[in-house]
Design a protein around this ligand. Structure first.
Ligand SMILES: Cc1cc2nc3c(=O)[nH]c(=O)nc-3n(C[C@H](O)[C@H](O)[C@H](O)COP(=O)(O)OP(=O)(O)OC[C@H]3O[C@@H](n4cnc5c(N)ncnc54)[C@H](O)[C@@H]3O)c2cc1C
Length: 353
């Protein structure tokens, strides 16, 4: 056997499971097609524990956020690169009604460990329109996802375990105890293809509900220094110096990778609700989030072929979910531990025919 595990795709999902398996002393090989567009390469990289109009903890917030820091910070050491930036997130109140609703939610939903009521900072009063103040979370931030993917690729390449190229489904032989690819045996093949799972007949029957998104890279005048992520309808995230990222859009109908004028206008229009200066755009990106109908990830073995595994469905929250889920998948594969009922592929087995 050339390696215990063959991993197809090196986006966030493939990268995280690869690190988890290596950390457990397993031998792996990765196939990654650089020519294909990847969601991870355009991701804003934001993580935020409380979202939504009604303020709710994200799914499995406590489990995912308590592990996120350890996982990425340990990899910062192995990859010798700064990846994780803790950045407070400020959400201005739209009006008095929203303010009292949010303050009540902090009490009734027990969110005071994550959120606090804040006045708008004096130096931001002419820049951010937030006369009533807003809520601030300090458990938020940004992972530099493209850098994480790139540095991990270099790390895997040095170990001689990364192969560039397209996975050829025709060269797969799964009618055996082990899975064979191009006549090489693996104990498991793990598909981490993101949106491109649509081309994989082993898993494209799963109820994916992909959603296209676009972001803008902008500058603001040099005398402006916004240190928080600002989020109100659209978001603005500091990227260092006078550069910021703005986003994002949700489009379920046009599943292509083209940037559009419509998305640009949409983000700029929404940002007018909170941002006074007009940003200068220097880049725009588009990608497709691999989301699922029930908005939960998909992990585990194919219903018919136990050696064929999927890790997908990271949706809009890959940064915070991937560490926790990849750990769970690695423990499942190496120690036989159960996968959460909400994320196991088994919840969809009845759809397979
Ligand atoms: C505009 C936008 C903004 C986003 N912002 C955020 C954010 O702020 N925070 C957050 O948490 N999430 C964000 N996301 C979501 C995040 O990007 C995804 O959850 C995550 O990146 C998905 O990772 P993945 O590995 O499943 O898929 P991908 O990143 O798409 O990776 C799949 C990989 O598989 C490879 N591949 C596929 N098929 C093959 C094949 N046959 N052979 C070889 N290689 C193959 C592809 O080349 C690709 O590299 C955003 C997404 C978009 C589009």
């Amino acid at each position: 056997m050339e390696a215990d595990y063959l991993i197809v795709g090196q986006g966030l999902a493939g990268t995280c499971i690869a690190h988890q398996l290596l950390q457990r002393g397993k031998s792996i090989k990765i196939i990654q097609n650089q020519e294909l567009p990847s969601s991870s390469k355009v991701a804003g990289g934001m993580f935020n524990p409380v979202t939504g109009k009604r303020l709710a903890r994200t799914w499995k917030q406590q489990e995912t956020f308590s592990y996120l820091n350890t996982f990425y910070q340990d990899l910062e050491v192995s990859l010798n690169t700064k990846l994780l930036h803790k950045i407070p997130l400020f959400r201005p109140y739209k009006n008095e009604n929203q303010k009292s609703q949010f303050l009540r939610a902090i009490e009734t939903k027990g969110l005071s460990d994550l959120l606090e009521n804040k006045e708008t900072k004096e130096e931001l009063k002419d820049i951010i329109q937030a006369p009533l103040g807003g809520i601030l979370t300090s458990e938020s931030g940004r992972l530099d996802v493209p850098l994480f993917i790139e540095k991990s690729a270099q790390y895997f390449h040095k170990k001689g375990i990364l192969e560039q190229g397209n996975f050829d489904y025709e060269s797969l032989d799964i009618a055996k105890e082990t899975a064979e690819y191009k006549l090489v045996k693996y104990s498991k093949i793990i598909f981490c293809e993101g949106f491109h799972v649509k081309n994989n007949t082993l898993f494209n029957w799963l109820p994916f509900n992909p959603v296209k998104g676009e972001t803008l890279d902008v500058t603001l005048p040099k005398n402006i220094n916004i240190k928080e992520i600002i989020n109100q309808g659209a978001w603005l995230m500091p990227m260092g110096g006078n550069k910021y990222k703005m986003g994002s859009t949700y489009d379920w109908d046009n599943l292509d990778f083209e940037t559009t004028q419509k998305a640009k206008e949409d983000i700029l229009e929404k940002s007018k609700n909170f941002l006074s200066p007009v940003p200068t755009i220097f880049a725009q990106s588009a990608g497709i989030r691999p989301a699922v109908d029930d908005r939960r990830p998909i992990l585990g073995a194919h219903p018919k072929y136990p050696n064929i595994v999927i890790f997908n469905g990271l949706g809009t929250k890959g940064v915070s979910l991937a560490p926790y889920l990849s750990k769970q998948l690695a423990e499942h594969l190496t120690e036989g531990k159960e996968i959460d009922a909400e994320s196991t592929i088994e919840r969809f087995y009845t759809l397979y025919s």
